[in-house]
Each structure stands twice: as structure tokens, then as C-alpha cells.
Design a protein around this ligand. Sequence first.
Ligand SMILES: Nc1nc2c(ncn2[C@@H]2O[C@H](COP(=O)(O)OP(=O)(O)O)[C@@H](O)[C@H]2O)c(=O)[nH]1
Ligand SMILES: [Mg+2]
Length: 393
Amino acid sequence: MDESYHEHCVWAVSQTSKRVPGIAGCARGSIRVVLHLRIRLVQRKGVKQNRLIPAPQQIGKEKATLLMLVRNRELSDALKSMRAMEDRFNRKFRYPWVFLNDEPFTHDFINYTTGMASGKTYYGSIKKDQWSIPHHIDQDKVKVNMEKLVSKNVIYAGSMSYRHMCRYNSGFFYRHPLLADYQWYWRVEPGVDYYCDIDYDVFEFMRTHDKMYGFVMAMYEYQVTIETLWDTTKEFIRTHPQYLASNNSLDFFVDNHPPTKAGEKEITGDYNLCHFWSNFEIANLGFWRSQAYQDYFSYLDSVGGFFYERWGDAPVHSLAVGLFLPKSKVHHFGDIGYRHPPYSRCPQDVESHLSGRCLCSRRDHFDDDGYSCLPRWWNVAGQNVGAGIKLMD
Ligand SMILES: Nc1nc2c(ncn2[C@@H]2O[C@H](COP(=O)(O)OP(=O)(O)O)[C@@H](O)[C@H]2O)c(=O)[nH]1
Ligand SMILES: [Mg+2]
């Protein structure tokens, strides 16, 4: 059995946080944690009693999950994100939640998050070798480079765990056995908020509209964290030209660059640092599992930029999506209101506000901020605010 499952033998938990041993497939070495049963307080003939009842069945029809990589100490922020996600979207669909952690989840974390979820909950830990420095990395060089970045006051410059997180989100999350049966995921982070009701199944939307990757915000990356990522990516394309899609999004990444044709070897021009902000992603796991992406990640990992620099999963995901997929497979969710501190975005159409669907300030709006890359995306892909939608004055 895969070691990533080992540490978890979890109890089924109740809405009232009582533990019920032995009903969640929790025998020794059990790993795939499925909380199918919960305790609910029911009233029968005037007497209140705890009863085991089946967890609610999924309503949405897609093979999809809400996915959160999170630390135990982020429980309170995780619950806030879950509450918003459940209220705005998931209570109508009851998709399951998958939680991943580099440490074993605490009982408190499991109890509270299971209580907050409208669907089933699964908890997995991460294999050690996917969250440690690989042998081929020169640790002295990592240390020296880290200190240089710290001296430039770059956010997370001195954090090794942040580097592990970025590498994990770049190359490993989609291989976690708890995700094996899913085709789609929605990445959720602790401490985010969703401002608008989402009344349709976003996963079904992705499938029926032939989309692979969905985002809400796009912005510029700190250049000093990805000094060599662009050259490394160009080098990869030179040796793997077959992965370059026709009608790709190169014109989003390189100013005034026409999209290249499939199979073209040379990418020219400088990277403008635009990327999709990956703390929000609704995407098809099949893309990350594709040969193109796996080869790309292996190449990036082999040159060590996750450690020698501080490559983020956001530019890595974005360059892969933008180069290996046609633009038509990328969707901007213009109807979703979202906050991940310090930025928020709010749908701008009249209907979203006058219908009560959204509760966010129209002015609290990152899309056309100077630091946002969305206007560039609109230029190359068209602005998607929905058919017939009227923008606010
Ligand atoms: N388990 C675990 N999750 C982490 C760790 N560092 C970050 N994360 C998660 O990775 C995601 C991104 O981290 P975050 O601190 O939000 O970074 P930021 O969004 O770039 O500021 C969040 O879902 C975090 O909960 C870590 O050391 N362990
Ligand atoms: Mg975050």
C-alpha cells in the first residue's frame, strides 16, 4: 500500500464532534479514509438520540472534488473557506472534499472539517520524498541563493516549506492516490472567500464546454523568484516541440507575440511575468497527468529551480497550460467573486448585483488593477462576462 496513506486511520465523526471508532474502515493500515457515516441528533417520540446516518450522497454528477492542501494550524481559516464554498456552491452539489497535508491531520481538524462539509471527506498525507529536497540538489547552493533572496525582501524568500509546497503543487498533488478516481478538482485554500452564488455545476460546465483549466485572477510574478524559469521552459520546448499546442497562449506571456504553430521549436521574446493565480483553479487532472506536463515537470525539477530560486506553482502551471493547450481550453470564470488576501475580484455586471447573487463591492476589484494581467488576457482571448451581460457604469 502506498505510504502516503499510512498515517491516517481516522474516525467517523459526528456533527457534534463525537468520535465513533471503527466505522470508517479504520482498521490497522487502512488508509483510504472514507467517512460515510455521521452521527446526527434525531428526535424520536420526543426523545433526543444520537443516530448513525449515511453521509449525504453526492448530487453533482461529475468525477470531481474540492481539494485543499493545508496545515493543521490553519483549521480556522480552512473552515471559513469551506463555509463560503458550501454556502455559495457545494451545498447544491455535495461534491466530496479531499484534504492533503505533509503531516498527519489532527482529530480536531478532521472532526471540524467533516462537520462543515456537505459531502464526503477524505484525508491524505504526503509521501516524504515529495516533500523533501531531492538528492541531486546542491544544498549549499540552495542556502546561498536563499540568503540572497532574503536580502531582497521577497515574500517567502527564506521559507523551505513554501518551496516544498510549490514543488508539491507543481508536480505531485495530481498523483496522490486519493485523487486517482477524479477527473476534476477545484483548488481551495484556507482563508479565501467566494462572494457570489454559483448555481450551476462548474465541473459539468468545464466538461460540456471542452475546457481544461479555469481561473479567476491573473497577475505578474516576482521576477527574482523565477529568474531562469522562462529560459528553462524555452529550452524544454526546443527539445520537446511536439508539446507546443496550436493556438496556444504565448501571446499572453510574451507581448506582441503571435501564437506559434504546433511543433514550432523556437519561442522568442521575453516573458512578461503574467500568470493565472493558482490558489483558485478549477481544472482537469488529466492535463497534469499528461505526458507533456509530466515531462515538463521532470525537466523543471531536474534543474532545481524550485529550490535554487523559488519557482511558484502558479507560473509553472500557467506556462504549461498556456503552451501545451489551445487557448480555447482555458476559461476565465468572470461570474465568480473571489477573495484571496490581499486581492479580491467582483463580477461587474448589473445582474450579479441587483439579483442579490453577489455580495461584494464593485470597486473592490482587482481585474483592471495595474498589477492585474486580466486586461492582457482579454486582449488575446476576449472578455468573458457572459452573453448579453451589462457592465456596471
Ligand atoms: N500541509 C501544508 N500545507 C501548506 C504548507 N505551506 C503552505 N501550505 C498550503 O499551501 C497553500 C498555499 O500556501 P499559502 O501560505 O496560502 O501561500 P500563498 O497563497 O502563496 O500566500 C495553502 O493551501 C496552504 O495551506 C505546509 O508547510 N504544509
Ligand atoms: Mg494562500
